[in-house]
Design a protein around this ligand. Structure first.
Ligand code: SAM
Length: 272
């Protein structure tokens, strides 16, 4: 392919990976075999796409929103039969209808501004169908929130959900020079292995409990939940203390197991 000029649009996260060492580290951890069906969100100019394809997975589904990258990705479509490229917004595309077989791994340098909704979407639509491994380049702070343990101020609903399903961990930090154009933030390689298939991401009560528990971070969990579940207002303090926490506890203080216990208690009391 001749030299193709493309002006990176950083507003949609176009910071392309240029660091071959990081690429090798991604491949080492992703450990792609011919049995794997892989999803990549944000193919960009295809550096990671090509590297994944060279590992000969059963299939690679890549999504890319920016059609002007066609000169870079079209060539891969011509070369690799197992490459399925979808143009469009990853947050809007309906995954399951287009992916058969369902990917079991997502390996991607994702657009950082959609990290949280994208991971929720993958959990909601693909985790119960077999996706159980994530290897994602994300902004360092996003990775820290996802891995944040109880009593850490970064703790938030997605991290608690992922921790209830498996083990998220930061493999390494990645400096801005590894990308072109260089982002203004530090990145992190985040690995998540899901060990259990649960319905939690698609459980409306679980989502509501977490959302309302964290609604106002400076308020106590009891106050936050009381606002969203007025019918249980009088009982919530007792529920929380019965689970071993003071009525003054904030949402970030609860361990994953306690959130699961709380779900059980609420499920018995709330009309679905
Ligand atoms: N994988 C390439 C690499 O490692 O160099 C590109 C990574 S770049 C950080 C993120 C890519 O996601 C960009 O190519 C951008 O156009 C694409 N993108 C941004 N928003 C998107 C969306 N909503 N759906 C699909 N792709 C998106």
């Amino acid at each position: 392919m001749g030299e193709v000029f493309h002006r990176a649009n950083t507003r949609i996260g176009q910071n392309f990976l240029i660091d071959k060492n990081i690429l090798q580290i991604i491949l080492k951890h992703a450990d792609i075999s011919p049995d794997d069906s892989v999803l990549e969100v944000g193919a960009g100019k295809g550096i990671l796409t090509r590297a994944i394809l060279e590992k000969k997975p059963l299939v690679l589904y890549s999504l890319e929103i920016d059609r002007s990258l066609e000169p870079f990705l079209g060539e891969l479509s011509d070369t690799f039969d197992n490459f399925k490229l979808f143009w469009g917004d990853a947050l809007r595309e309906g995954f399951p209808s287009s992916f058969d077989p369902c990917p079991n791994k997502i390996v991607a340098n994702i657009p950082y501004h959609i990290t949280t909704p994208l991971i929720w979407k993958v959990l909601e639509e693909l985790a119960e169908k077999g996706l159980n491994y994530f290897l994602l380049m994300v902004q360092k702070e996003a990775a820290e929130r996802i891995c944040a343990p109880a009593r850490c101020k970064e703790r938030y609903p997605l991290g608690i959900t992922l921790q209830s399903m498996g083990k998220p961990r930061i493999l390494r930090l990645v400096t801005p020079e590894s990308f072109r154009p260089a982002p203004s933030v530090t990145s992190a390689l985040l690995e998540i292995r899901l060990s259990t298939k649960t319905h939690l991401p698609n459980c409306p009560l679980w989502r509501r409990l977490l959302r309302s528990g964290f609604a106002q971070r400076r308020k106590t969990l009891v106050n936050n939940l009381g606002r969203d579940f007025p019918e249980l207002k009088k009982e919530i303090a007792t529920m929380v203390t019965t689970l071993g926490y003071p009525a003054t506890a904030r949402a970030e203080e609860l361990e994953v197991e306690t959130w699961l216990d709380l779900l059980e208690v609420f499920a018995k009391r709330v009309d679905k």
